[in-house]
Write a protein that binds this ligand. Structure first.
Ligand code: ASP
Ligand code: MG
Length: 434
């Protein structure tokens, strides 16, 4: 008997038929003799609707549009009430799944965050989990009762409902798996695993059998939006083995046994568990960054601090940074990237600081893409960057900025070449064939 945590996302519980399908997956594991906890998201689109209702109730956008609050003084509403409303989507699906399981003759009970309890800090709307008390839950699971847990929510100091940030049910599931010392945390989603790259761009992309936590973190933050980043960090810290698999696989697994689960998805695990390792495991790309260039700033100590200080103070994250070599020793250009959603604010902050920084011109553009090669094998292989740059050069793709980590090389290029770059690198690193 194993102890399993199964997590189902919004598309997997989008209506009652899909919830029945989820129940069939759960029943298969229970029938195989496993102790099972299920974590559910809200029905697809439901959380967005709830967020929209919160915003309507607060009415800030209307006030701003009507000129009643030009300074945006009232932009911030009470996030405890946001959490009270937005957490409710998961309450609905947990109750519905428990009912469907009961209708199939299984023992099942729903659990809200506060009932477990799953404690968080008081950073409402993006709270961090501080602890879980699973003694009772575990007892019942061992007695054959399925625990159906509402994802995304917890309880903050002061007995207030909190939520874990968008996509937070993944983190609920991993935290629960860690607390229960589960054998595995199965994340059922609408794709059957993690691919070497986006199959819509490269039809030859294939599913990875295994990927290390570190690589997955890079893939997640690079735009392969399968798992909430925080859930991967937590899985890595706590050594939780996470299997990404599809809820659209037939629940009877076409005659395969539940012991074959690992062949049906991608296991996110410690790199020691990965026997055959490519130098590069995957190619990620992101189109949600923007490029900012400051032309002709003074080439002297302290200038970079004057640029990035105010951005940090405005809570704007900067990703890649390049500073040109100065030709005359006096002036240089500085280019960096931010999230596209932060571009307007970034330009505003820099315009305000113009006198202090002293630049000739300021430019912003969203016509860029970031393409990255990721692989733990890079730690022990030299020359990956050189190979990558010459392959891109051969295709006439200009590199505007570069950033690297121990297991990743990212380049910033013109958005028009994003797909070509992804395809080129995918075959360059031998990921096409298999
Ligand atoms: N329902 C929440 C959201 O849409 C949490 C989740 O799905 O993981 O962000
Ligand atoms: Mg998700």
């Amino acid at each position: 008997m194993a102890l399993l945590v199964l997590k189902f996302g919004g598309t997997s519980v989008a209506d009652i038929d899909r919830i029945r399908n989820v129940a069939a997956h759960v029943k298969r594991e229970v029938d195989a003799g496993h102790a099972v906890a299920v974590v559910v998201s809200a029905m697809a689109g439901h959380t967005n609707q709830l967020v929209a209702l919160v915003e309507q109730a607060w009415g800030y956008k209307e006030r701003k549009n009507n000129g009643q609050d030009p300074e945006g003084q009232s932009a911030h509403y009470d996030e405890r009430e946001y959490d009270a409303v937005v957490s409710s989507g998961e309450q609905v699906t947990s109750g519905l799944l428990a009912l469907v399981l009961q209708s199939l003759g299984l023992k099942a009970r729903s659990w809200q965050g506060w009932q477990i309890p799953l404690h968080t800090d008081s950073a409402h709307r993006k709270a961090r989990i501080t602890g879980l008390d699973v003694a009772e839950l575990k007892e019942r699971m061992k007695g054959g009762e399925v625990a159906v847990v509402a994802g995304f929510q917890g309880i903050a100091p002061g007995n207030r409902i909190s939520t874990l940030g968008r996509g937070g049910s993944d983190t609920s599931a991993v935290a629960l798996a860690a607390a229960l010392s589960a054998d595995r945390c199965d994340i059922y989603t609408d794709v059957d695993g993690v691919y070497t790259t986006d199959p819509r761009i490269v039809p030859k992309a294939h599913r990875l059998d295994r990927i290390s936590y570190e690589e997955m973190l890079e893939m997640a933050s690079q735009g392969a939006k399968v798992l909430q980043t925080r859930s991967v960090e937590l899985a890595m810290q706590r050594g939780v083995r996470v299997l990404v698999r599809s809820s659209f696989d037939p629940p009877d697994l076409r005659g395969r046994s539940t012991d074959d689960a690992l062949s049906l998805g991608t296991l996110v695990c410690h790199e020691d568990e990965i026997v055959e390792q490519n130098v590069v495991s995957g190619i990620a790309y992101a189109r949600d960054e923007a490029k900012v260039t400051l032309l002709k700033i003074a080439d002297k100590p302290g200038v970079a601090a004057q640029v990035f200080g105010p951005l940090a103070a405005a809570n704007i994250n900067v990703d890649m940074i390049v500073q040109n070599v100065s030709e005359d020793g006096k002036y240089t250009d500085l280019t960096f990237t931010v999230q596209a959603a932060d571009l307007d604010r970034t330009l505003e902050v820099l315009r305000k600081a113009k006198d202090k920084i002293g630049y000739f011109d300021l430019r912003g553009s969203t016509d860029i893409a970031k393409v990255s090669a990721i692989g733990v094998g890079m730690r022990s292989h030299a020359g990956v960057a050189a190979q990558m740059f010459s392959a891109l050069a051969e295709k006439g793709i200009n590199i505007e900025a570069i950033s690297t980590s121990e297991i990743k090389i990212s380049v910033l290029i013109d958005a028009a070449y994003a797909e070509l770059a992804v395809r080129t690198l995918h075959s360059l690193f031998g990921l096409d064939s298999r």
